[in-house]
Design a protein around this ligand. Sequence first.
Ligand code: GRF
Length: 217
Amino acid sequence: MRDESTPGTEVAGSVEKRYDPLAVLISGRGSNLKALIDARLTTPISVVISNRADAAGLEHARAAGIETLVLSHRDHASRDAYDRVLVDALRARGVGLVCLAGFMRLLGPTFCDAFRMATVNIHPSLLPAFPGVDAQAQAVVHGVKVAGATVHFVTPDLDAGPIISQRAVAVEDDDTPETLAARILAVEHALYPDTVRRLLTESWTVHGRRVVFARPA
Ligand code: GRF
């Protein structure tokens, strides 16, 4: 498995590095987008981009007066070409941190290099368990007793970038993928804004795969 974060490579982030606006990328419902909007982070969300015109989540952005942009992957011949269009749109708006919230497209090296350790995603499992789609169903089928949610930096490898935060959710004997997903989603809605807020306001470093927040002085 390829990993863009070379062990020993240090990437520092801190309060001193004032983040320029956030962007949120979605493909569907957008409940995590809404949680990020409702958190009223000190750094504004300047644009919400969807690869689907019918993404219900776009309404949350419109209701909050945030610019929306539909950039369909279908209009571009390759992943690389689509990555470039996304990067151009984000750069044109001076975006400093990109939050994926149910964005169902893989981002390649062109995007990940442009926003290295500046793109985060939330995934409904305790990674590295159950990457990819239907993580909650994978957890139920596998019979794990503890599931959860993970916020991680995005690299070209699916759901495999350095882990920033995780929160556990107990799996009950009578859980279905749907009931487990609902409890994980409630946790996501707290974990994602909390984690983005920490990235924006605390000092942190990435050592290899380990994301370390500085202890408050
Ligand atoms: C969430 O479960 C998130 O973890 C995953 O996709 C889902 C998106 O849901 N990456 P929503 O669009 O934020 O409601």
